[in-house]
Design a binder for this molecule. Structure first.
Ligand code: C2E
Ligand code: MG
Ligand code: MG
Ligand code: MG
Length: 281
């Protein structure tokens, strides 16, 4: 015990402290402090074509907590959506991703990349969402055509007219839209047909067992055919093995994201990877 006393991890493993930190109120105030103290950061996971070319990256949020280390979004996004913290946090994510895009526009290796940003239902439903995105794009100087917004079905199931109007207003500026986690929510195919989407993402839950579970394989195939017949691009997420990638390719999927290619990376690591993949090409 004495040996551990100097380690700053001790506090976290102290059962009393751990209980304290995990209370809702503590986590809530820690989130606000985190935003103020710049503890949030984005990592970027490459989106890759069959020939290995990197065409874009998904921005994934991380919280570098002084005691807990890197905290996964799964641990705080649900609470942030519930208590409204997702609004300032989501705004920060858009600002940070657009600043990165504007920066990459001056880097010959990186200028072609698109950046996909996850936007939660509560964030998208704000009346001022469109104005906020336009303001962030203009202030950052990012090219709107390089920004993709990832929505989940939860964002789309209520007020379809309002959803379409928001998407159309941003699409008119060049922003793209992608439906994330497709097949895990409650949207109907009739909705899908009406939405001005550009791309559908096959959820990793169907990719994981695609080679062993015929139901997952059937769903993945169905999504690829559906996307194709609606004129939408498709990307598979959670691709971890070459066998999974090959199966998806044989079904007509041409874009992939997953640990097979890369984990989400810090900016300098993504830049090196893009550089290396261009040298090979
Ligand atoms: P998502 O948007 O579906 O992101 C994909 C998740 O799968 C990411 O987890 C990513 O790190 C992980 N992943 C990527 N490739 C693989 C793979 O090959 N195998 C496995 N097992 N996992 C893989 P992450 O970064 O923990 O994010 C989890 C979720 O948190 C995201 O799911 C998204 O819903 C949410 N999220 C992340 N960043 C943001 C954000 O900025 N705003 C909002 N609203 N939500 C975010
Ligand atoms: Mg996503
Ligand atoms: Mg997803
Ligand atoms: Mg997911």
């Amino acid at each position: 015990e004495a040996k551990l006393a100097g380690r700053n991890t001790l506090r976290f493993f102290d059962p009393v402290m751990q209980a304290r930190v995990s209370t809702r109120a503590e986590l809530e105030s820690a989130l606000w402090v985190g935003l103020e103290k710049e503890q949030f950061l984005l990592q970027y996971q490459p989106q890759v074509l069959a020939d290995g070319r990197i065409t874009g990256a998904e921005a994934l949020l991380r919280w570098r907590h002084p005691e807990r280390g890197m905290v996964s979004p799964a641990e705080f996004i649900p609470l942030a959506e519930e208590n409204g913290f997702i609004l300032p946090l989501g705004r920060w994510v858009l600002e940070s991703a657009c600043a990165q895009l504007a920066h990459w526009a001056h880097d010959a290796r990186m200028a072609h990349l698109s950046v996909a940003v996850n936007v939660s239902a509560r964030q998208f439903r704000q009346d001022a969402f469109v104005a906020e995105v336009i303001e962030i794009l203009e202030r950052s100087g990012a090219n709107p055509a390089r920004l993709k917004i990832e929505l989940t079905e939860n964002s789309l199931v209520t007020d379809i007219e309002g959803v379409i109007a928001k998407m159309a207003a941003l699409k008119a500026r060049g922003v793209g839209f992608l439906l994330d986690d497709f097949g895990t929510g409650y949207s109907s195919l009739a909705y899908l047909k009406r939405l001005p989407l550009d791309q559908i993402k096959i959820d990793q839950g169907f990719v994981r067992d695609i080679l062993v579970d015929p139901n997952d394989a059937a769903i993945a195939k169905m999504v690829i055919v559906l996307a194709d017949s609606l004129g939408l691009a498709v990307i598979a997420e959670g691709v971890e093995t070459e066998a999974q990638r090959l199966f998806l390719e044989q079904q007509g999927c041409v874009a992939y994201q997953g640990y097979l290619f890369s984990r989400p990376l810090a900016v300098p690591d993504l830049e090196s990877l893009v550089d290396a993949s261009q040298r090979l090409a």
